[in-house]
Design a protein around this ligand. Structure first.
Ligand code: ATP
Ligand code: MG
Length: 276
């Protein structure tokens, strides 16, 4: 499976969530995060990794297609999470992305038991990450939920919906709740990413104080939320927005009926497109 995570404006937490999504993906799969942000990468700096992963991948992939290549250019973070880091420099990142054949990433994601999450950063139609987004199985768009942030999103929804066969919307930060955003945009956000200092620190490579008990990714609010988004993506089961009390691992297949909204998850292009 190939999942792109994107934003339109601001810094609503794309890199943090993308890493959390890959880290908290239901087990028994090989998980890989690829930084495909044309503004330059952050993961190498945050985790002390070599920033040359994406550069090496692009060069090797141009020489020949091989589904093992993305993994061969990944560093490994704790929890066996593979990470292909982009160079922090925006010019270098853009040039690298422009040179990366999207098929090389798609091939890796198509390997049995594999999931590849792409941090595509802030995107527009001219983004060099657009071919990767277009070849993804799903695109998770994260937006801030204040009025000014939603005002940027509303007029572009119909266009954005065409970028991916399965566009999903997540809210972040303080602002309007899921139900009000749904009423206003006529698009149901899948959920509201919790504001979680500890989870964000874990997924950004910052130290978490010893006295904070919840230091394992899956035990943080952000990790549990990411895990549940992963379950939705994996199962494509219709479930209620994730801002309602979170369901823990393993509970999504065969969800209690009370968690299944009357109209279902309504995640897909038809819905976002319906806003046009
Ligand atoms: N759910 C969250 N709760 C609390 N803090 C968060 C959360 N998500 C992200 N942050 C914090 O917000 C800051 C920005 O996050 P991040 O780098 O993921 O944003 P971004 O959308 O990738 O930004 P950019 O567009 O610049 O790449 C980081 O310091 C991160 O720790
Ligand atoms: Mg980022």
């Amino acid at each position: 499976m190939l999942v792109s995570v994107v934003s339109l404006k601001g810094a609503p937490g794309v890199t943090t969530f993308a890493l959390g999504l890959a880290a908290c993906w239901p087990t028994a799969v090989r998980r890989l995060l690829i930084e495909a942000d044309p503004s330059g990468g952050d993961v190498a700096t945050r985790f002390g990794l070599a920033p040359s992963g994406l550069v090496g991948l692009a060069a090797a992939a141009r020489a020949g297609a091989d589904p093992a290549l993305p993994w061969a250019h990944a560093a490994t973070l704790p929890g066996d999470l593979g990470v292909v880091a982009a160079p922090p420099d925006a010019d270098a990142a853009r040039a690298t992305l422009a040179a990366l054949p999207p098929g090389s990433v798609r091939m890796a994601a198509d390997q049995p038991g594999s999931v590849v999450v792409l941090d595509c950063g802030r995107v527009d139609a001219d983004s060099p990450a657009m071919p990767l987004i277009g070849s993804s199985d799903a695109m998770v768009l994260i937006t801030g939920s204040r009025a000014d942030e939603l005002a940027h999103l509303a007029p572009r929804l119909a266009t954005i919906a065409r970028w991916s066969p399965r566009p999903l919307l997540l809210l972040a930060g303080e602002g309007y709740p899921v139900d009000e955003v749904e009423r206003t945009l006529s698009v149901p956000p899948l959920g509201h990413i919790p504001d979680d200092e500890v989870g964000a620190a874990l997924f950004c490579g910052r130290p978490v104080p010893r006295w904070r008990a919840r230091r394992e990714p899956n035990r943080t609010a952000l990790g549990r939320f990411a895990h549940n988004v992963a379950l939705v993506l994996r199962s494509a089961l219709p479930i209620a927005p994730l801002s309602v009390p979170l369901q823990m691992a393993g509970s999504v297949p065969g969800l209690p009926p009370r968690l299944i909204s009357a109209s279902g998850m309504r995640p897909a292009p038809a819905e976002m497109g319906a806003a046009s």
